[in-house]
Design a protein around this ligand. Structure first.
Ligand SMILES: *Cc1c(COP(=O)(O)O)cnc(C)c1O
Length: 423
């Protein structure tokens, strides 16, 4: 579909036939009916495509996944129950015990724990590289058993903007794919495949849903990575659990995403519910409009804070003072996201006083929905991390993360002003 991304947000993924519902229907059924055992057998053997059990596929989920694949410019996508399960499956689809992953250290705290604890316990090793790591430092992190590189395009909460072209170049030089968590900019502001990334993951619980109503995740496959380079036998050797199917032979460009669905989703089962996918689609329909407003509001709030003498520092890639300003302009000329962070003068204590003085802006453990909210990561989302790990993630003790919503911007700034006046 050659439409502009705004049009794709509204229209892609679902084409109703004569007399069918105009809106993507919620197919709230775990199971699907067939006339013959032979047809059902073909579905089980992946010889025909169709729906038979919602853990593997469901019309609501497929339509919404297809929309997101269209937004990112990929060959296919798979919805998951959460962003966490998307990140987990994106790695375990290609990495097994004994394999190794190069990962940017500036990532979401939940992803860091998933990798550094749970996946390590499964035998997958990780080397974390700092956001500003130079080319030779990133290069030195690769090993013979490296099978993937994982970065966030704009990191949560530190707002580091990754040099995706560089990571893609290095990953490909070592014969491994680049996986990008693109949750914060969304495909409206940044499409990693256009810069060489191979796989994209999202927590759709954030801007894509946009209303803080439905937990979810998605994996998108660019179709560009060559899995036949000898490092990925799971793609090139017969899968006995499907009567010897060879993914690269049978599914070509869609080998990665088909294996994720037919193998990992079948076995692990973190499927998104049709109800959540329906809600996610409502969010996607307005994603373009909302991202524009999130970004313009966030820039106005960041500029206001930068001028205020009770504020020690402001971090937002859209500010000219930001170390990522030029990089963000290159990769995301229309803006990055609605999340900003800043430090209140007077350290942790004043930061918490400021939080308690906010009125319209609520304190919640969430970002990226329509309502402006704020959080103090060091005492909440990142409290499991040591000071050294905090530092590596770019989280200062007085850091306040504010997710700027889509309200009228003067009202947001007025609330911040009155809270600052109280500290
Ligand atoms: C929230 C988030 C996740 C985890 O997603 P859930 O939907 O909460 O499981 C992963 N990556 C990023 C960048 C996030 O912001």
């Amino acid at each position: 579909m050659g439409y502009h991304i705004n049009t794709k947000c509204v229209q892609a993924g679902y084409e109703p036939k004569n007399g069918e519902s105009r809106v993507i229907p919620i197919v709230q059924s775990t199971t699907f009916k067939y006339d013959s055992a032979a047809t059902l057998g073909k579905l089980f053997d992946l010889e025909e495509s169709g729906f038979f059990y919602t853990r593997l596929a469901n019309p609501t989920l497929s339509a919404v996944a297809d929309k997101i694949a269209a937004l990112e410019g990929g060959v296919g996508a798979m919805l998951t129950a959460s962003g966490q399960s998307a990140s987990m499956l994106s790695i375990t689809n290609i990495c097994h015990a004994g394999d190794h992953v190069v990962c940017a250290s500036a990532i979401y705290g939940g992803t860091f724990n998933l990798f550094n604890k749970s996946l390590r316990e499964l035998g997958i090793e990780f080397t974390f590289v700092t956001p500003d790591a130079a080319e030779d430092e990133i290069n030195a992190a690769f090993r013979d058993n490296t099978r993937a590189v994982f970065v966030e395009s704009v990191s949560n909460p530190s707002l580091d903007v990754a040099d995706i072209e560089l990571y893609a170049k290095l990953a490909h030089a070592h014969g491994v794919p680049l996986i990008v968590d693109n949750t914060f900019p969304t495909p409206v502001n940044f499409r990693p495949f256009e810069w060489g990334a191979d796989i994209v993951v999202h927590s759709t619980s954030k801007y894509m849903d946009g209303h803080a109503v439905a937990l979810g995740g998605v994996i998108v496959d660019s179709g560009n990575f060559d899995w036949t380079n000898g490092k990925y036998p799971a793609f090139t050797e017969p899968d006995e659990s499907y009567h010897g199917v060879v993914y690269t032979e049978k599914f070509g460009k869609a080998a990665y995403i088909t294996k994720a669905l037919t193998h990992l989703m079948r076995d692990y089962g973190p499927q998104q519910s049709p109800q959540n996918a329906f809600l996610l689609n409502l969010g996607l329909e307005t994603l373009f409009l909302r991202m524009e407003r999130h970004c313009s509001n966030a820039l106005a709030v960041a500029k206001f804070l930068e001028q205020n003498d009770k504020i020690e520092w402001v971090n937002y890639p859209g500010l000219e003072s930001n170390k990522y300003y030029e990089r963000a302009k290159k990769y995301m000329p229309d803006g990055s996201c609605g999340v900003i962070s800043f430090g209140v003068k007077g350290g942790r204590e004043k930061a918490m006083q400021f939080m308690d003085s906010l009125d319209m802006i609520k304190l919640v453990i969430h970002v990226a929905d329509a309502r402006t909210c704020a959080l103090h990561p060091a005492s909440t989302t990142h409290r499991q991390l040591t000071d050294k790990q905090l530092e590596d993630c770019g989280v200062k003790p007085n850091l306040i993360r504010m997710s700027v919503g889509i309200e009228y911007v003067d009202d947001i700034i007025a609330d911040i002003k009155q809270a600052l006046a109280k500290i």
